[in-house]
Design a protein around this ligand. Sequence first.
Ligand SMILES: Nc1ncnc2c1ncn2[C@@H]1O[C@H](COP(=O)(O)OP(=O)(O)OP(=O)(O)O)[C@@H](O)[C@H]1O
Length: 359
Amino acid sequence: MQPILSANDLECRYGNRVVIESVSLSLLPGEIACLLGPSGCGKTTLLQAIAGFQPLASGSITLEGKTISSAGAMTPPEKRNIGMVFQDYALFPHLNLADNVAFGIQSLGGQERRARVAELLQLVQLQEYAKQFPHQLSGGQQQRVALARALAPRPRLLLMDEPFSNLDSALRRSLAAEVRQILRAQGTPAMIVTHDRSEAFIAGDTLGVLSGGQLQQWDTPQQLYRHPANIAVARIVSDGTLFEGRVIHTGLAETPLGKLELPHQGFTAGEQIRVFVRSEDILPGDHPHAVLAHIIEKTFLGDRAVYKFRLPGGNSFSTSLKAAHHFPADSTVPLRLSRPLVFTTHSEDRSPYQKVQAD
Ligand SMILES: Nc1ncnc2c1ncn2[C@@H]1O[C@H](COP(=O)(O)OP(=O)(O)OP(=O)(O)O)[C@@H](O)[C@H]1O
């Protein structure tokens, strides 16, 4: 299958500061990708480059096989047939919902236009609100109208910049799921920028993790979670604690959380490793590899509890465990590791970009 969108070795700069570097990715027809990364990592800049608002210092972007951006040449945004949805909805306050949705399809005949508006309002489940004005709607409803408006002209690609971040967290997740269904129903490929991993996991077929202006990994949510390319990606897609460890012999390492059976043979005795431990990697219970951890703090959260443990070597760390374990505060519990992420010390976090290039 031919990609609908290809970004090839992109570089973007503000002045002489490089903020997007060596970014390549491609999106297949109907595919929904989420760009995830910390604040300031370049997500919006990359989206703006695809939309045609941000020039490229080098590289190229093709849409359906045609080059739409390269260094020194840009197809204007309005000629790209790319839809955009923004964080603040950007609806026209003086137009009712039907007219907002109809805004980009004035070239259609009256009957066809009305039919398309009705179809989209139904798709976003706001058909009864057609004559209402944006200020009469909730934030989630307004964002659904913005989505309907962006989809009305049947864009070749939809870009969404932090579309859920003005909403409360429960609504953000349900809207992320709803947006996914709506995009699927229309068959519209999309790229959604977010800094919230749950939204990205819910909405995306593919996740791109951007850090320091570089695309660290472009993969399915499952692959990203199970096999993050480096510690920076692991931290962005999950909560965990990083420990230093040392390989005792092929297949076994020593860590502050006890002995760890290594996942493969590619380690040498004496080698330093870094172990990224998520809550599901911790097994309470007696075992020859376990260490005795002292509970110094416990916070009950219903189905889970967050424990702060002190380990024999003096390290302390916090993690959540299922409430079923039910360990009292100030008690001692044997803990061991089960399949944490293991990184060699040369797979370091990428350094943050503050790279200045001479022109
Ligand atoms: N117009 C501009 N001029 C100069 N620097 C800019 C401009 N816009 C963004 N930057 C800088 O470029 C870097 C990337 O910004 P960008 O907005 O793309 O990041 P982001 O990942 O979308 O961040 P956020 O999640 O906070 O919106 C940041 O360091 C930002 O300060």
